[in-house]
Design a protein around this ligand. Sequence first.
Ligand SMILES: Cc1cc2nc3c(=O)[nH]c(=O)nc-3n(C[C@H](O)[C@H](O)[C@H](O)COP(=O)(O)OP(=O)(O)OC[C@H]3O[C@@H](n4cnc5c(N)ncnc54)[C@H](O)[C@@H]3O)c2cc1C
Length: 322
Amino acid sequence: MLIRNFIFWLSTKRRVTNSIARRGMKYGFARRFVAGETLEEAITASQELCAQGRRVSLNHLGENVSTETAAREVCGGYIRMLEEMHAKNLKGNISIKLTQLGLDISKDFCRSLAREIAARASALGLTIEMDMEGSAYTDATLDIYESVQRECGNAGLAIQAYLYRSEKDILRLAPLKPKIRLVKGAYREPKNIAVQSKKDVDAAYKRLTTLLLEGAAQGAYFPAIASHDPFMVGHAQAEAARLKLPPDRYEFQMIYGIRRDLQNEVFAAGNGLQVYVPFGTDWCPYFMRRLSERPANCWFVLRSLIAESGAAPKHATNQPAA
Ligand SMILES: Cc1cc2nc3c(=O)[nH]c(=O)nc-3n(C[C@H](O)[C@H](O)[C@H](O)COP(=O)(O)OP(=O)(O)OC[C@H]3O[C@@H](n4cnc5c(N)ncnc54)[C@H](O)[C@@H]3O)c2cc1C
């Protein structure tokens, strides 16, 4: 836990992340979790995944922006991503973060950009998903999600199992027949609003998985089980079997480069699998969060640096993490 917190803390220090960023792409270790710095690289990675039958969700890395100009630029970037996906006939969607679209500046401004993206996606026959960020943004994200989904009907939303409020939020969204991406939750949240221990997070995740799959059996949701935890995946598979839910009524989601063994297993069992494909120049804080989730990943970084100096096999960075 100490190591996790230390790496997580480092991920918030710009001097540290800049220094890692200078080396990460050069030495290749960042490529394990980040598809590249440009849209072209992300498209190439996505084409490979789609050729294997996966769907993809492209995510342009970066978080809070502080000016309307920057938010508009991000919005234009998301639209280019959609157009490129459409041109290349890639199966999947894009994932957007509302703080990249000016949520800190104004909710209405952010809503208008999110709507613009969803409308363009809809015109191209595509969908979008919204990431869920820290709890300071939960209310605003739900509010914007509801209006965009009501208007365009092609948006999905991430819901965090560790928040006490999530069951109510899921029930509140049911009339919109949403795609819900169920995640455990990636932020540090206080104990009055989120469960803290792995045991309690896992219990909440399983309970909400059942709620979503039962809802899917009645046509209320399209659940996306977004976890690399084999127990969560196993629970979802068992519940889908109990409910006799066909595989086209729900899907699994995992992140690029993480538990590729489990990704193969889930896909080989006949399930739909969507891979979250992050890219962009601002990849370092994201990369550090992946390290903090599993400090064993640091070994990976070290091995690739050693390999570069000629002391270890050249392809050390391609080994599975788990
Ligand atoms: C597609 C997708 C989208 C997401 N979107 C959001 C979002 O919008 N908002 C949000 O708060 N969170 C999001 N998350 C992150 C999520 O909340 C968790 O922090 C993250 O998925 C780790 O939880 P887990 O369910 O994989 O289980 P854990 O209990 O954390 O891990 C289970 C097992 O998975 C493997 N594993 C997990 N992480 C790693 C890693 N970094 N490297 C190697 N192995 C690993 C390990 O084998 C571990 O034992 C998303 C996750 C996914 C898969």
